[in-house]
Design a protein around this ligand. Structure first.
Ligand code: 2PG
Ligand code: MG
Length: 418
């Protein structure tokens, strides 16, 4: 009998992401199902990420899908994700997906995964599940931002994040983030002159503030909402330090604040922020080649998640090296940094086996797709990082609300001790 999960058709089109940039969307039909996925894109991209699109952009990617990828995938079994992803690597033939594009690989890989799930009439997180006991992730919400994601005048640090833990349900945790975002907007409007309610790429407020002032406002609102709701909420940062690093002068340049910090000063600065603002999470506090400073901070910042994003770029090889030198205790998982579902899972598996906390993450340029919500549950990632508001951000979080409801208590919110 012919299997219903055989790939019968594949089609790619050009659509736009949340920043209005072109991206690729792929549809996959099996004999008995259908899947569709579009690629997100980063702005503060790590230099070791796979290449998003070939030269010639999305149009060229679509041409190469038609000419090279489609003939190889038709007739393969969508249930065999590893074979699909291996085939994508073979067709591409490069180390960094520069021939078909990492974003192209992402859209195809996820569309196939969804088509397989649809063939079996199962939700994606069930069909892709790699865990014994599923749980829901805690939402790490971006409430205030600057850096490359915002306009001039906003803080130099890219993201000011909140992490509610000790909540009873995902719904309650997301509610905490929404309340913080909303209260913070009101407080900033009242207290910060020149703030007109502007937001950055991920829906985070982008007020004209220094990093420390921004942290003061966030911490104040977090404490208020934490008391009102009776839940614990921590504050975190994505410093996105590769964006601040000047490799010629070997220093971090905080242009807005007109401050320069060498490697040692940066370490002291971050440690000071962790202590003063009780930070529970710090992402990319150093640039993407400085494993040494990462390790130094991880040793000193007990009780804080030190997370590598540009440092690891979701790569198993990079992570292996990081584990060896004890660079961090957490990593960002962005499937389009490596291109495929299988590559992503391999990295998550290594992270979990090595005691690293995997944080699945959106990109600053997003689509309303909900795939990362499913991957979080399927792969057992205890944290999901997204914006708190905006259609393309709430799509992922509302999907987790639906998964929570449908599970009728069988998929609990993860218990995270910090
Ligand atoms: C990051 C991400 C998402 P980008 O640095 O963590 O917030 O940004 O997608 O621009 O790389
Ligand atoms: Mg980051």
């Amino acid at each position: 009998m012919v299997s219903l999960s055989i790939i019968a058709d594949l089609k790619a089109r050009k659509i736009f992401n949340s920043r209005g940039e072109e991206t690729v969307e792929v549809e996959v039909k099996t004999l008995g199902g259908f899947g569709c996925a579009a690629a997100p894109s980063g702005k503060s991209r790590g230099k070791y990420e796979v290449v998003p699109f070939p030269e010639g952009g999305v149009s060229e990617a679509i041409r190469r899908i038609e000419e090279y990828v489609k003939p190889k995938l038709l007739g393969l079994d969508a249930d065999n994700q590893e074979l699909i992803d291996k085939t994508l690597h073979e067709v591409d033939g490069t180390e960094n997906f520069s021939f078909i594009g990492g974003n192209t690989a992402y859209a195809i890989s996820l569309a196939v995964a969804e088509a397989s799930a649809s063939t079996h009439r199962q939700p994606l997180f069930v069909n892709l599940s790699r865990v014994k006991e599923a749980f829901l992730p805690i939402p790490l919400g971006n409430v205030l931002g600057g850096g490359k994601h915002s306009g001039k005048g906003a803080p130099d640090i890219q993201e000011f994040l909140v992490l509610p833990f000790g909540c009873k349900s995902f719904f309650e945790a997301y509610t905490a983030n929404v309340k913080i975002h909303s209260r913070l907007g009101k407080v900033l409007e009242e207290k910060v002159s020149g703030f007109t309610g502007g937001k950055g790429d991920e829906g985070a407020w982008a007020p004209p503030l220094t990093n420390e002032k921004a942290l003061e406002f966030v911490l104040r609102v977090v404490e208020e909402i934490s008391n009102e709701m009776g839940v614990k909420i921590g504050v975190g940062l994505d410093v996105a330090a590769s964006s601040l690093w000047n490799p010629k002068l070997n220093r971090y340049e905080y242009v807005g604040e007109e401050k320069r910090r060498d490697k040692g000063e940066q370490l002291e600065y971050i440690l000071d922020l962790i202590r003063r603002f009780k930070l529970v999470y710090v992402e990319d506090p150093f640039h993407e080649d400085d494993f040494e400073s990462f390790a130094e901070l991880t040793k000193k910042a007990k009780g804080c998640l030190v997370c590598g994003d540009d440092l690891f770029v979701t790569s198993k090889e990079k992570l292996s090296f990081g584990i060896k030198v004890k660079a961090a205790n957490s990593l960002i998982v962005k499937p389009n940094q490596v291109g495929t579902v299988t590559d992503t899972y391999e990295t998550v598996k290594l992270a979990k086996n090595s005691g690293y906390t995997p944080v699945i993450s959106h990109r600053s340029g997003e689509t309303p797709n909900t795939h990362i919500a499913h991957l979080a549950v399927a792969f057992g990632c205890p944290i999901i990082k997204t914006g708190v508001v905006g259609g393309e951000r709430i799509a992922k979080l509302n999907e987790l609300i639906r998964i929570e409801e449908a599970s009728k208590g069988r998929i609990p919110l993860v218990k995270l001790k910090l």
